[in-house]
Each structure stands twice: as C-alpha cells, then as structure tokens.
Write a protein that binds this ligand. Structure first.
Ligand SMILES: Cc1cc2nc3c(=O)[nH]c(=O)nc-3n(C[C@H](O)[C@H](O)[C@H](O)COP(=O)(O)OP(=O)(O)OC[C@H]3O[C@@H](n4cnc5c(N)ncnc54)[C@H](O)[C@@H]3O)c2cc1C
Length: 396
C-alpha cells in the first residue's frame, strides 16, 4: 500500500507518524512545497524578532524520518490530482506519482484584504518562515517605527506584543468591540486589553480599516470613521482561508474548506483531508489540537482500526506572551441554557480571571487568565465533572 501525503505541517506529519506506529509495511511519502522539514508555526512570532533561531523551530531532523522509513520531499508542489488513475503531478519535476491512499494536509493561508490598494510595499501577514524573513528584512531596511497589526485575535496580539521588543511602536486594531471576541467575554477581554496597554501596546477596538494609504509604500491607513493615521508597516492577521485550490481542480468537494465525513474522507473514499484545510459539519478550525485529532483519526481509518467518529474538536487555545497566561477552552459565545451554571473568580488588580461554564454536568467552556494552572480544565473539557471540585479549582 502506498500512502501519499500532501503537506508537512502538523497534520501531514501526524498522519505519517501514526500510520507508521501501527504498520511497518506501508510506503509513506510526504511531499511539501516548503523548503524546510516540519517546523512549528507557534514559534514564528519569536523567530520573527530573532528570539528563536530556525534550527529551534524545526522539530524533526532528517534522521527522524529515516528512522521511521518515511520519505519526505521538500520544495515540491502538487498541482494536479488524477483521481481516475490515482496519481499526482509534481510541478517542479513534471512527473506523476501514484498512490493507493492520498491525504491532503495542505493547511491554510492568511486571509488578506487589499483595502483599496493591492500593490503597496510594507503590507504583510505571518504564516511561514519565509514571511517572517521578509517582514524582518523590511523592518531593517526601511527604518520602520510605527506598525499596525490588523486583527486582534491570538496571533495578532502575539505578533504585536513581540514586535515591541524591536523598539517599534505597535498598534493593534480590531473590528469587533473587544479583543479576542471568539474566545473571551467582554469583561475578560477588557482586562486583557488593560494589561496589553500597560505594556505599551496601543489597542483600537470597534474600528474598521477602509483604506491603506501610500503610493509605492505604506504610509498609513484611513478608518471608516474618517480618521487617518500614519504607519510604516502593516501586518494583517485576520484569520485563515483553507487551502482548497488543489481539491477544487480535482472535483473534490469543497466550500470554505475541503468537505470531509466523520472519518476524514472526502467525496473520494481513497482521498482523505486533515488539518487547517478541512471543513466538517460546516466548520473550519485552524488550531493544532484539531489537526492532531483529525490526523490520528484518519490514520486509524486508513489502517482499518475502527476509529470513533469525528465530532469536531473543542476549542483549546493559549495566548503566548510574556507575563500573563491566558487559556481559552470551548466556545464562550454559545448561548447559555436554563441549566447553565457559571463559576467565576475575578481580581482586576492582579489581572486574574477564571470563568467556567457548566452545562449538563460538563465543562462547556473556560476562560483562565492569570498565573493558575489550566491542566484540570483542559483534561476535563466536555467531560462529566463534580461541580464542587470545579468550584475548588476555580477559586484555588
Ligand atoms: C504564526 C502562527 C502561530 C500559531 N500559533 C498557534 C498556537 O499557538 N496554537 C494553535 O493551536 N495553533 C496555532 N497556529 C495555527 C497552527 O499552526 C495551524 O493550525 C497548523 O499549522 C495547521 O497545520 P496543517 O498541517 O493543517 O497546515 P500547515 O501547517 O499550514 O501545513 C500545510 C503545508 O502544506 C503545504 N502545501 C500546501 N499545498 C501544497 C501543495 N499543493 N503541494 C505541496 N505542499 C503543499 C504548505 O506549504 C504547508 O507547508 C499558529 C499559526 C501561525 C501561522
């Protein structure tokens, strides 16, 4: 059996690893258009500011692949799938390689808007090592002082926070009324904003960018409320767009993402899709825990090991900036039911906040801001829990 995997991010990597753990015979080939072996995107904001080197980002050496008899080809882009003859076309070599089972783990791209001025220099987003290198070069060569990050999600905040270390003036703007609207309630968000402002980040919420200004290079922005501001560089972190172009060309069903069933199969049962590129039950994820869960499940299904059906992954995200811990579990924006119980403990002076929602005796969501540990809540998310024990942990 020959398994081909497109993409060497956490999703493609996990499928290969999980198949090999249970089977030593299958041929496993990973093909990726990136020039590096598997690296963690989590560390890109630290790499951007020179805090981490490239070799610290790369998590597996070539020996890791050799020891597992997994072949990996870098700098190779797949641009066509011939589903009838079960083969893939490699753009760079102009050759075809065949497969028995194909796994598409093509990830996602940053969502970019042109704001009326598509060809300006100085507008970026951070998705891979090459982006980080380009942004760093631009900062160094263009005397950049004032930076705007568009998008007050986790990534926008992390990038903005890190860029301060390069002695830049950083503003983060968010179209929603408060930061992290998908993860936080307004109260906790305002507390986080206070913390970020105390660290010299300027935060503008409830503002929409209308136009990016400049002739050849960015010189500033105009907001929908008419206000103009000067900026030397703009970083857009406004979410992701799953990479579905290959699927679309090959009549594999896709909408926002590549549509998969509860075993991660596309409409072609020999083609699976996992990670940021997928859509399941109308939703896309874009977080590592989802990629891992989906990839393990797909590997089991390929191995005919009877996996449980996928039901979606609980949100589990952390903000990784110095001086404050923030873990967000589940979806706090879901409507409360009659039986929903909220346990909360807030100390604004200490930037401390723990809010846990319990429904049907299960932890539905948790916001944990401050120095306390989050293991208990991560472990028990979506599981049946003892109310008094949760209460004890919230007030601990
Ligand atoms: C800066 C940054 C920080 C992040 N921090 C966190 C975090 O703290 N926690 C968290 O949960 N998530 C985080 N994420 C999100 C997380 O990295 C993604 O959810 C994860 O990388 C998805 O993995 P993936 O394997 O599906 O896709 P990707 O990691 O995007 O990998 C897909 C790979 O496929 C390759 N590819 C695509 N098309 C082709 C083709 N046609 N031919 C060959 N190769 C192809 C791409 O080049 C890419 O290398 C972060 C993301 C970024 C960008």
């Amino acid at each position: 059996m020959k398994i081909l995997i497109i993409g060497n991010g956490i999703a493609g990597q996990t499928v290969a690893e999980e198949i090999r753990k249970n089977n030593s015979d299958y041929e496993i080939n990973i093909i990726t258009k990136e020039p590096y072996l598997y690296y963690s995107r989590i560390f890109l904001p630290s790499y951007l500011i020179g805090e981490k080197s490239l070799d610290k980002l790369i998590l597996h050496s070539i020996e890791w692949y050799k020891n597992r008899n997994i072949s990996v080809e870098l700098n190779k882009q797949i641009d066509q799938i011939d589903r009838v003859n079960k083969k893939l076309h490699v753009l760079e070599d102009d050759n075809w390689i065949n497969y028995d089972k194909l796994v598409i783990a093509s990830g996602s791209n940053a969502r970019i808007l042109h704001f009326g001025n598509p060809n300006l220099k100085g507008v970026f987003s951070l998705r891979n090592v090459a982006d980080a290198d380009t942004i760093r070069n631009y900062i160094n060569k263009n005397n950049v002082k004032d930076v705007l990050v568009i998008g007050g999600g986790l990534l926008g905040i992390e990038i903005g926070f890190n860029l301060r270390d390069l002695q830049l003036n950083v503003t983060i703007c968010e179209i929603a009324p408060y930061l992290l609207p998908r993860q936080l309630d307004r109260g906790t968000s305002k507390l986080l904003q206070k913390y970020l402002e105390s660290k010299n980040l300027e935060i503008l919420c409830d503002v929409a960018v209308e136009k990016i200004l400049g002739d050849k290079r960015v010189t500033g922005i105009k907001l929908k409320n008419g206000m103009e501001r000067k900026f030397d560089m703009i970083i857009q972190q406004m979410g992701i767009i799953p990479e579905i172009s290959l699927a679309q060309k090959s009549d594999i069903q896709a909408e926002k993402g590549i549509i998969v069933n509860e075993y991660m199969q596309t409409n072609d049962p020999d083609i699976y899709a996992v990670g940021d590129c997928i859509q399941f039950n109308g939703r896309i994820w874009g977080i590592i825990p989802a990629s891992r869960e989906q990839s393990k499940l797909a590997a089991k299904h390929i191995l005919k090991l009877n996996p449980e059906k996928y039901q979606g992954t609980f949100w589990n995200t952390r903000l990784k900036i110095a001086g404050i811990n923030l873990t967000c579990l589940g979806s706090p924006e879901e409507e409360d039911k009659e039986e929903t119980k909220l346990i909360e403990s807030v100390d604004e002076e200490k930037f401390l906040c723990r809010k846990v929602r319990i429904e049907d005796n299960q932890i539905k969501s948790a916001i944990l801001l401050g120095p306390g540990k989050d293991n208990f809540f991560v472990k028990n998310l979506g599981k049946e829990v003892d109310f008094d024990e949760v209460k004890k942990k919230v007030y601990e």
